[in-house]
Design a protein around this ligand. Sequence first.
Ligand code: NAD
Ligand code: TYD
Length: 338
Amino acid sequence: MKILVTGGLGFIGSNFIRYMLAKYSAYQIVNLDKVTYAGNFENLAGIDKDPRYQFFKGDIADSKLVNSLISVQKPDAIINFAAETHVDRSIMNPGDFINTDVFGTHILLNAVKDHNVKRYIQISTDEVYGDFDNGGFAKETSPLRPSSPYAASKAGGDLQVLAFRRTYNLPVLITRCTNNYGPYQYPEKIIPLFITNLLESKTIPVYGDGQQIRDWLHVDDHCSAIDLVLHKGVDGEIYNIGANQNPEITNLELTKRIITACGKDERSIEYVKDRAGHDRRYAVDVAKIKTELGWEPKYNFDSGIAQTISWYKNNLEWWKKIKTGEYLNYYKQQYVQR
Ligand code: NAD
Ligand code: TYD
């Protein structure tokens, strides 16, 4: 099988490429990535020499490039990871999110239609369902109630996918996963940000009261779910993916666990002004992917977070290079001038 992965230099896309090349010796991967601040060639160090892997630099919103790439490469499937992904950046600058997450998705769908691609998976997020603060779990049929510009742009992408399914009967699927963690995550997201700040003996900024809930899933478990959806998913369907942590983990609980694992104490915590429009709780019902496709996560949170913290401790070079230049400007704008 030849798979066109978009956004494969990012956190989940690069983990997915590693996962697939390790599991399927005859598969080929074509990676289309714009190399934004979040795209990092070092995420695929070692893989770049693999003859089964090809890289193309470009924007999924560039129709000419996308169409010529697909007509030459003739992929059996497209998996769209490419997106602007950080909620805080979407609050600062929503425009980039519309271009990639909505318009870019539209360009890819048009290409699926015009080139008769046999499978398209849109990698979406549980954030499209919005806040589940009063208990309960979002089902795949739950209404979309995005709160942040990021979530709204992802919901816009999902709606494009569903409209192309209904109108043109395209072989498209959507996955909606909860928050991921693991190796190669850009240190703007809470887990790598807090681990690396603590390793640098800096403070860690907890938004508001820290009582928000996210359902943390190890990135390898997300990859195994996408692998199943690719091979067994039913066209036109949506699949929620999540760990269903029980008990649920608040940001403050998560913070305390990371502090302990890094050998620090709670004096490292700095409570800062809350994020605008901050969703209190995300929670999805994952019965469908479990019962229909037989998916089960491998990691529990304790083993996953311990492995992840060790990875950041053992890969100082990887994240120290990122925490320079543009990153420092972002950090100043986001936290110092908060
Ligand atoms: P990331 O920010 O780490 O990486 C995004 C990648 O997309 C980067 O390599 C970037 O260069 C590339 N990219 C951005 N705009 C592009 C464009 N216009 N054309 C081509 N490439 C472009 O993101 P991630 O955390 O790996 O997330 C991947 C996908 O998974 C996203 O669609 C995101 O919405 C979704 N998702 C993420 C999480 C999470 O916790 N990180 C959870 C659920 C769903
Ligand atoms: P984040 O990793 O940005 O993912 P998302 O907003 O997509 O869920 O944030 C996860 C949670 O952590 C969210 O409730 C916001 C909170 N958070 C902080 O408290 N401090 C921070 O510095 C960051 C980045 C996030």
